[in-house]
Design a protein around this ligand. Structure first.
Ligand SMILES: Cc1cc2nc3c(=O)[nH]c(=O)nc-3n(C[C@H](O)[C@H](O)[C@H](O)COP(=O)(O)OP(=O)(O)OC[C@H]3O[C@@H](n4cnc5c(N)ncnc54)[C@H](O)[C@@H]3O)c2cc1C
Length: 392
């Protein structure tokens, strides 16, 4: 860490612990995440503290951090599940901002990225489908049929984070072959108020940190003009990688902070809670769990920084970000699980944040690619005849 990064870390950690953690008991934080009113209040605090949108390029009003500095800032923000919401670097907005900045036209960015970067609106990313696109996105069922200069979209998406209350969405749909026109998986931009888009239900899930929760989105004869195609028709899978490789890493950064907080709480408990004549941390069974936590946390941090530095060098780090996502999501879940165990009955109550971190890190092993899919993809690359020694 440079001196600047170290100062950023200290300032964000102090801000999150002093100003944001008290909101964890706010009644506006429900089973589907914080309300938008609460999000705006948290955003205002982060803005006042000088830490709003650290990842957003300066031309869009952000702080323009590189990936390694983001790793430091996001870990500090992640000490509370509400920290990334306050700093406006939570999923899915953070990944969507990155994708728009890289792929969208200037007109599209003025319309969608500008208000999103300012925190005036939220967004969602509609890719996963019940029975269709999932771990294997090629199972895409949603269609976008040509209709003159427009496309007509039909389909159903689910597990869509932040759908309820989002201002706009990025929709992943298949353009079928038609009279030799460009076809294939394509991304579309649309306001959530577009006729035919509706949130059919709010899904009850084991996690609750994301504003708007997770929704099921119905797409019924949604008319989208061709100028609202994101990038090019048929290039959707390429843009999925543009979005997901960095987005998986930023999830790792944020949940590393959450797991560290859980570890701090478990450590305090292990220092003070007495059992069989001494603090429980002095029983080897508990002490070793704390030691394994430290090992998992530091290995996770170093892997994140390594892949972040590759992104900063302009590499796509696809292979590496798969390795990091798999290793870190599993390591952080182990940390959270040990923390629950160390806290005993207290660990499964909502009296501490540890229970939530446990649920969040469990879900993290599934989204942005389940561990098995990453291992499978890593193995495929290793076995390629032209592989000359990945990773770097
Ligand atoms: C909290 C949360 C938030 C989410 N937010 C969004 C969102 O905002 N937008 C969005 O579009 N989606 C979102 N998702 C969906 C997420 O991307 C999918 O759940 C994920 O891609 C897996 O797809 P699936 O659920 O359909 O599982 P399936 O495709 O049914 O896979 C089930 C299991 O099969 C196994 N499997 C699959 N392929 C292989 C393989 N090659 N080798 C070995 N095992 C394999 C894995 O164990 C996998 O977990 C979210 C999910 C969660 C849990």
């Amino acid at each position: 860490m440079t001196d600047t990064q170290s100062a950023i870390k200290d300032r964000i950690e102090t801000f999150v612990m002093d100003k944001i953690v008290p909101f964890e008991k706010d009644p506006r934080l429900g089973p589907h995440g914080p309300t938008d009113e609460m999000r705006r209040e948290l955003n205002a605090l982060a803005r006042a503290a000088g830490f709003f949108a650290p990842h957003v390029p300066q031309k869009w009003g952000g702080m323009g951090y590189d990936h390694v500095t983001m790793a430091v800032a996001f870990e500090a923000a992640g000490l509370s599940p509400l920290g990334p919401i306050a700093l406006h670097c939570a999923a899915p907005d953070e990944g969507n901002m990155n994708l728009l900045d890289k792929v969208a036209t200037d007109r599209q960015n003025q319309r969608w990225l500008k208000p999103l970067a300012a925190g005036d609106i939220r967004s969602c990313f509609c890719m996963t489908e019940p029975g269709g696109s999932g771990a294997d996105p090629t199972g895409l069922l949603t269609t976008a049929q040509y209709d003159g200069d427009d496309f007509i979209l039909n389909g159903r998406k689910w597990l869509i984070t932040g759908a309820r209350g989002a201002g706009f969405t990025i929709i992943f749909a298949n353009v079928p072959e038609s009279a030799g026109k460009p076809a294939g998986a394509t991304m579309f931009l649309a306001d959530m108020s577009t006729p035919g888009i509706s949130v059919a239900r709010d899904i009850d899930t084991m996690d609750n940190s994301f504003t708007g929760g997770h929704g099921e989105v119905a797409l019924k004869d949604v008319r989208i003009p061709k100028e609202d195609v994101l990038g090019k028709v048929g290039e959707g899978f390429r843009y999925v990688q543009v979005r997901l490789a960095p987005a998986r890493l930023t999830h790792c950064m944020r949940w590393l902070g959450g797991a560290r907080r859980a570890h701090n709480i478990a450590t305090d408990y292990a220092r003070t809670r007495q059992a069989f004549g001494k603090p429980i941390g002095q029983h080897e069974g508990v002490g070793f769990m704390l030691a394994d936590n430290e090992i998992d946390l530091q290995q996770s941090r170093l892997m994140i920084w390594w892949a972040a530095s590759l992104l900063d060098r302009g590499e796509n780090a696809r292979h590496e970000s798969s390795m990091v996502k798999t290793a870190v999501s599993e390591a952080l879940f182990r940390v959270a699980d040990r923390c629950v165990q160390i806290l005993g009955g207290l660990g499964i109550t909502r009296d501490t944040i540890v229970e939530q971190i446990f649920c969040e890190t469990r879900a993290f092993r599934i989204y942005d690619g389940p561990s098995e899919v990453h291992r499978w993809a890593i193995a495929r690359r290793i076995l390629k005849p032209d592989n000359r020694g990945l990773p770097r």
